[in-house]
Design a protein around this ligand. Structure first.
Ligand SMILES: Nc1ncnc2c1ncn2[C@@H]1O[C@H](COP(=O)(O)OP(=O)(O)OP(=O)(O)O)[C@@H](O)[C@H]1O
Ligand SMILES: [Mg+2]
Length: 294
């Protein structure tokens, strides 16, 4: 690659062409006597932004950690890009690792590294042969892609605002050109305008980079604004998956309270337009056939 060229994709494999890049079946997670997940099933469609909601402590982050192989479940199977994560014996067995990016709840940047160096961490891990110059170029490109000014590359996380840290975390999550992006509470702690901008950035990136996004959030505005479907965690499993109108058509008390409570109605009002795009089809709630909307 010449110096002038923009860094191209690092991917060395075919993009996933199946319908469901993530398939979770019969997942059981226990910590001591506490059962967090019991027979949890979930299928994430290729190319969608799936919002994941549920009360605090219902196991959203544990579900994400299970999917990316950081939490070995007690039972069940998880396929990512058609290969089992749960049956992988070693970390090296998890080949999909270089095909996803993760923004952890709270950011989890290395405080002793600059933003640019943080972004370089996963690149060095998976592509150790890449030259220093190319590493710098890619890091700079991802930082700008994530909506940060270019000079943020040389700043330390402590020198950034909370919103900028989220973007730096996003830049690191995008470092190795993932097909799958995991975002755990990306807009928590952001002011409404910052959250709105982050939502729009997520949508833009998903569309331009063709990402599938697993997005854990408590933010109703995010759900209305950018999520194609929403999965609801309650009673130790995913009790429903669907568009918001589809979810509203169910009578589960938690879902009704969540979306039809005062905050839910406010978000609904401000996002009325975006939610009109899909008609309520309660009978399709758990139907995981490819979307007819696309
Ligand atoms: N490593 C662990 N060891 C023991 N218990 C754990 C561990 N990780 C999570 N838990 C427990 O599992 C439950 C689910 O945790 P999790 O972090 O997934 O919740 P969450 O839905 O992400 O909540 P929040 O919305 O507050 O982030 C909690 O009761 C938590 O205490
Ligand atoms: Mg969590």
């Amino acid at each position: 690659m010449s110096d002038e060229e923009e860094p191209r994709t690092l991917r060395r494999h075919e993009r996933f062409k199946g319908d469901f890049p993530i398939v979770v079946e019969g997942l059981v997670n226990r910590f001591g006597s506490q059962t967090v997940h019991e027979n949890l099933d979930l299928k994430v469609r290729n190319g969608e932004i799936l919002g994941v909601v549920g009360g605090s402590g219902t196991g959203k982050s544990v579900l994400m950690r299970s999917i990316i192989g950081l939490q070995r479940p007690n039972e069940g199977n998880i396929d990512v890009f058609g290969r089992s994560i749960t049956e992988a014996e070693t970390d090296e067995d998890i080949r999909a690792r270089n095909r996803w990016g993760v923004l952890f709840q709270g950011g989890a940047l290395f405080s002793t590294l600059t933003v640019g160096e943080n972004v370089q961490v996963p690149i060095k891990q998976f592509y150790p042969e890449i030259s220093e110059q190319l590493l710098n170029e890619i890091a700079r490109y991802k930082v700008v892609l994530s909506g940060l000014p270019e000079d943020a590359v040389d700043k330390y996380p402590s020198e950034l605002s909370g919103g900028m840290r989220k973007r730096a975390g996003l830049a690191r999550a995008l470092a190795i050109d993932p097909e799958l992006l995991f975002l755990d509470e990306p807009t928590a702690g952001l002011d409404p305008i910052g959250a709105d901008k982050f939502d729009r950035l997520t949508r833009e990136l998903q569309q331009t980079l063709g990402l599938t996004v697993f997005l854990i959030t408590h933010d109703l505005d995010t759900l209305y604004a950018i999520c194609d479907r929403v999965a609801v965690l309650a009673d130790k499993r995913v009790i429903a998956v669907g568009t918001i109108p589809e979810l509203l058509a169910t009578d589960h008390p938690w879902i009704q309270e969540y979306f039809n409570g005062a905050r839910g109605r406010a978000a609904q009002g401000s996002m009325a337009k975006s939610s009109e795009k899909s008609a309520a089809r309660a009978d399709n709630m758990m139907d995981n056939a490819p979307s007819s909307r696309a």
